[in-house]
Design a protein around this ligand. Structure first.
Ligand code: OAD
Ligand code: ZN
Length: 257
């Protein structure tokens, strides 16, 4: 399970960290209160702040960091059952984890839907408008086209239901960089069997790790990159990690040229 804290080392602010989090820096987005950026009612009143955020998260603008590549390495080693992420920055995909292994629980910019006629569009169709600070409109009915990011009160993507099969099968749950404050995602942490160890790598002690820990819970508190590097070291994978990162960043450098 992952949240915004795995992407702060890539330079993307999280939501709730005091001072640096998006919810403490509303001026640049011109929104009246933090959650407005993900509320339909506000979006219909003024979609611009949300599209300012979309522009910021344009694919290629930010790169995966050690944490994403650690998850990619777990996948390469066939140890990753599934990655459930709340993040909408697309960095899990960018690290090379295939879509079949991902549940992007709060949606992504990869597709979009007209808010009026409900037609679906590939995310790329919107980028020219978003980059030019124009609100994208439906070519058929002129309604505003909204990227398929899950707003408050909206249902989660149907793939989220995979948790019903995945969580009882897991033999280790990693929880990385999330405040575990947003439901229904947060409650996934309770869905592994009681005997299954849960490892939290996060700055703060959050959710059930704070209020009803289980006997096999482990919390590695502090910077997520530091915590991941420590785990990788204990696993004896440090060299492999470095090789993977070098290979993958080389590919991204190639794309930039
Ligand atoms: P939050 O901002 O609520 O929590 C991020 C957590 O990561 C906090 O506990 C931070 O202390 C921790 N953190 C940040 N940087 C870190 C670092 N470098 N090392 C270690 N820990 C770090 O983000 P989420 O839990 O992902 O909804 O928020 C959940 C949802 O709330 C988001 O998906 C978003 C928002 O409303 C949508 O995007 C629809
Ligand atoms: Zn339409």
């Amino acid at each position: 399970m992952a949240g915004a804290g795995i992407s702060t080392p890539s330079g993307i602010p999280d939501f709730r960290s005091p001072g640096s989090g998006l919810y403490s820096n509303l001026q640049q987005y011109n929104i009246p209160y933090p959650e407005a950026i993900f509320e339909l009612e506000f979006f219909f009143h003024n979609p611009k702040p949300f599209f300012t955020l979309a522009k910021e998260l344009y694919p290629g603008h930010y790169r995966p960091n050690v944490t994403h590549y650690f998850l990619r390495l777990l996948h390469d080693k066939e140890l990753l059952l599934r990655l459930y992420t709340q993040n909408i920055d697309g960095l899990e995909r960018a690290s090379g984890i295939p879509a079949s292994k991902l549940v992007e629980a709060h949606g992504s910019f990869a597709s979009a839907t007209c808010t009026v006629c409900r037609r679906s569009f590939p995310g790329e169709d919107l980028w020219a408008d978003v980059m030019a600070d124009r609100v994208p409109c439906c070519p058929v009915c002129t309604g505003v086209v909204k990227p398929d990011i899950v707003f408050f009160g909206e249902p989660l993507p149907s793939r989220f239901l995979l948790h019903l099969a995945d969580f009882p099968m897991a033999d280790l749950l990693l929880i990385l960089g999330t405040s575990l404050e947003v439901e229904p995602f947060a409650s996934l942490s309770e869905m592994v069997q009681k005997s299954v160890p849960r490892l939290l790598i996060n700055r703060d002690l959050v959710g059930p790790f704070a209020w009803h820990p289980r006997s096999r819970d482990v919390a590695q508190l502090g910077d997520v990159v530091h915590g991941v590097e420590r785990l990788v070291d204990l696993l004896g994978w440090t060299q492999e990690m470095q090789d993977l990162i070098q290979r993958e960043t080389g590919k991204l450098d190639g794309q930039d040229r």
